[in-house]
Unconditional design. Structure first.
Length: 247
């Protein structure tokens, strides 16, 4: 009886061992692959690329198809073709310095204030002209750069406010340059500042069109301002001529 019980116990042990071995031999179920987060482009901080030409070839953007858009630490740069970014990046510091020079030269005549947007101090005779991600910033000294970067959105908002104030009085367009709708026809116009220019839009939705092709709308507002200035000068000359005319 004891022998029979021993046999049964031994058989049970063998059975359990066999099951354990079989289980161990089974491949582990494949775990579903963890979905990796899609890589995102660095967010552009500041203005989109404002110039109408490629910083390498000097060719007009769009003349070789859609511009190639690159982002360098939050700063947008546009090129005429795929062969230009590697040339730009070969000596990126030198390329950026040259680009800064072009943007500062373009925006300097439009700068709206003679005080620092950081400290409020009166700018010296030779201020620090600094290109912060495609926008000219004039500072009282080099130290103010660090203060600016602590809250660039706040400083840019101050500069935008000064630009709107200065350019509102003789704003030359009565219609939205994107939709061609009359300004004010869809409620209060949206003031948008880019590359030191005030551009008035019929609504917030139009801003994305300006950001998509900034040089197009910058050229439009520049031409309109130039035309308005020419008309004003012409009118003044006519008044002078009329005063000199003897009846």
């Amino acid at each position: 009886m004891k022998s029979l019980a021993s046999r049964i116990l031994f058989a049970s042990f063998l059975c359990m061992s066999g099951l354990a071995v079989a289980a161990a031999a089974q491949p582990e179920p494949t775990k579903p692959a963890t979905k990796q987060p899609e890589s995102t482009k660095p967010k552009t901080v500041g203005d989109p690329y404002p110039l109408s030409t490629c910083p390498i070839s000097g060719g007009k953007l769009g003349s070789m198809g859609d511009p190639v858009v690159k982002n360098y630490d939050g700063r947008e740069v546009r090129f005429c073709c795929n062969s230009c970014p590697p040339k730009f990046e070969k000596d990126q510091a030198k390329s950026m310095a040259k680009l800064d020079e072009a943007i500062i030269k373009d925006q300097l005549p439009l700068y709206p204030t003679d005080t620092s947007v950081v400290s409020g101090k009166k700018l010296p005779e030779k201020p620090i002209d600094w290109d912060y991600n495609n926008r000219l910033i004039r500072l009282a000294d080099e130290v103010e750069k660090a203060d600016f970067q602590k809250d660039p959105a706040k400083r840019l908002a101050t500069l935008d406010k000064a630009t709107v104030l200065k350019q509102s009085t003789d704003y030359p367009l009565k219609t939205c340059p994107v939709s061609k709708e009359e300004l004010g026809g869809m409620g209060e116009a949206k003031d948008f500042v880019i590359a030191g220019r005030l551009i008035r839009l019929c609504c917030s939705d139009c801003e994305k069109d300006v950001r998509k092709n900034p040089s197009k709308f910058i050229a439009m507002i520049d031409a309109a301002r130039k035309g308005a200035a020419g008309t004003k000068d012409s009118g003044e000359h006519k008044d002078d001529a009329h005063d000199d005319h003897k009846h």
